[in-house]
Design a protein around this ligand. Structure first.
Ligand code: 13P
Length: 244
């Protein structure tokens, strides 16, 4: 039985006061209840320490949004996976389409980062997803399959790696694939990942309270990677509460 994971990707949002307030609100919502799912927030680096303080003693885990492929060294401006573990982070998002687009990250770089994350005892959340033109030309499964093969770390296991399917055209647009389309890609990812039936595969891209229930009910959807809706504690909580 795969336990669902509801993860908030705050992206480049939140100054100190807002970030502490959002993490504290999520922590308050999570504290008194019993949970059918794992909860994770991924704030920007500048807010990690305060977010970790805010959620201490609650079931909410904290993760980074990227890390370097080396554990330390002369890499000005970068953050190593070991630094994230040292703070108390348990996860790191890798290969998000925004990093692939903004920083030209390749599958091979994402794979190296994911291997470094594992070496630092972090769970990588490896992101894959097609662009709109790739979907329109019928190449979704091919593109996602290729990203998957190139980006997944050697030595990963179903327990230590999470995969996120995020169609690029669904991110921040309010549009989502049909339920059949989501299930088709997730089922392919499960077959092709080489990680076995137990690997968790999150859906990301305009997930919100109004569509979370139906997406999270799909057989191969094991949680969500939520952008915009994770910036409002009530919406994030409503999505977590939609876990079947
Ligand atoms: P939105 O939920 O804002 O569409 O973003 C999804 C995403 O990119 C999460 O990583």
């Amino acid at each position: 039985m795969r336990r669902k994971l509801i993860a908030g990707n705050w992206k480049m949002n939140g100054l100190l006061a807002d970030g502490v307030s959002l993490a504290s609100q999520v922590a308050e919502l999570a504290k008194p209840r019993s949970h059918d799912c794992d909860l994770l927030i991924c704030p920007p680096f500048t807010l990690l320490i305060e977010a970790l303080r805010a959620v201490a003693g609650t079931p909410v885990a904290v993760g980074g949004q990227d890390c370097h492929a080396k554990l330390s060294g002369a890499h000005t401006g970068d953050v190593s996976p070991q630094m994230l573990t040292d703070l108390g982070c348990r996860y790191v998002i890798l290969g998000h389409s925004e990093r692939r687009a903004d920083h030209g990250e390749t599958d091979a770089e994402v794979k190296a980062k994911a291997e470094a994350a594992l070496a630092a005892n972090l769970t990588p959340i490896v992101c894959v997803g097609e662009t709109e033109s790739e979907r329109d030309s019928g190449k979704t499964l091919e593109v996602v399959g290729r990203q998957l093969k190139g980006s997944l770390p050697e030595g990963g296991t179903a327990e230590k790696v999470v995969i996120a399917y995020e169609p690029v055209w669904a991110i921040g647009t309010g549009r989502t694939p049909t339920l059949d389309e989501v299930e088709e890609v997730h089922a392919m990812i499960r077959r092709e990942s080489g990680l076995g039936a137990g690997v968790r595969i999150l859906y990301g891209g305009s997930m919100k309270p109004s569509n979370a229930k139906e997406l999270l009910a799909l057989p191969d959807v094991d949680g969500g990677l939520i952008g915009g809706a994770s910036l409002k504690a009530a919406d994030f909580w409503a999505i977590a509460s939609a876990c079947p």
